[in-house]
Design a protein around this ligand. Structure first.
Ligand SMILES: O=P(O)(O)OC[C@H]1O[C@](O)(CO)[C@@H](O)[C@@H]1O
Length: 259
């Protein structure tokens, strides 16, 4: 079962996860971070900005979860641009060490395989940051994705395109396809940290943490992981049946344990 940490707000979540990432980098300067985009991980990146000075990040490596297919990498909403703007530049990471799946149509046939090979060559991801879609996707693994899936092209659901229309001028501009790490890829990371905020994510969180294991609930794949941490605010936790138990467990956690 995933460990669930219910926090007061996004800032508290960001601080908690940022501390875990800094401890990881201090113990392993060439740590491999799994980077997510969307709104959810922003408080983590924000919290890292204020804590990272004095930490040597020159050897940190990173792999983004996903990218839109057919979008110009220079487009402000390509995940390449988002990762550069929100993570690489403010944290002073080496851009050469940060990878984003290649969504160019010309090379898309082998882009998934290439990305898997790059992750394997790096020795795997140490800590994977995850958000969750209102339809339950992690990465862009939409409902129906195999738990064994690897990096590949997926078609975005209408729900996801509507949710992400806020980043574009209109829903028509939201790409139809993406390339995403698979659920199998994500499950190979050594530590999963899934964040979710707000009532709109409450059902997806409950399904991921307490629902049946099912391809129709892609987030439920985290139940198969030996070290998964779910950090949520009260609203996103509102449909969890065992919320009191999670609070009790976290309050009584040994002080020497991280998340
Ligand atoms: O965080 P948001 O913007 O609600 O999106 C949900 C999740 O979907 C994804 O964007 C898919 O990449 C996640 O990375 C993200 O956290």
């Amino acid at each position: 079962m995933a460990e669930v940490v219910i926090v007061e707000n996004k800032d508290a979540a960001g601080a908690l996860v940022a501390e875990e990432i800094i401890a990881l980098i201090e113990s392993r300067p060439d740590a491999v971070l799994g980077l997510a985009t969307g709104s959810t991980p922003l408080p983590v990146y924000q919290a890292l900005r204020t804590r990272i000075s004095g930490v040597d990040v020159s050897r940190v490596r990173g792999f983004a979860l996903d990218e839109y297919v057919g979008i110009d990498p220079a487009h402000p909403q390509s995940y390449r641009s988002v990762i550069t703007r929100e993570v690489v530049e403010p944290l002073g990471l080496d851009p050469q060490r940060i990878h984003v799946p290649n969504g160019a149509e010309a090379t898309i046939q082998h882009a998934g395989e290439d990305y898997e090979a790059a992750i394997t060559e790096a020795g795997g991801v140490d800590l994977q940051i995850l958000g969750i879609g209102t339809d339950g996707h992690i990465g862009f693994n939409e409902p129906g994705s195999s738990f064994a899936s690897i990096t590949r092209v997926k078609t975005l659901t209408e729900q996801t395109r509507e949710d992400n229309a806020r980043f574009f001028d209109s829903i028509d501009d939201v790409p139809m396809h993406c390339i995403t790490q698979g659920l199998g890829t994500i499950l190979r990371a050594r530590h999963l940290v899934l964040l979710a905020f707000g009532e709109g994510k409450a059902q997806a969180v409950a399904d991921a943490v307490e629902g049946p294991l099912s391809a129709i609930l892609p987030g439920s794949a985290i139940q198969l992981h030996p070290h998964a941490t779910v950090v949520v605010d009260e609203a996103a936790a509102s449909k969890l049946k065992l919320a009191d138990y999670y609070r009790y467990t976290f309050t009584n956690k040994p002080s020497w344990q991280g998340i």
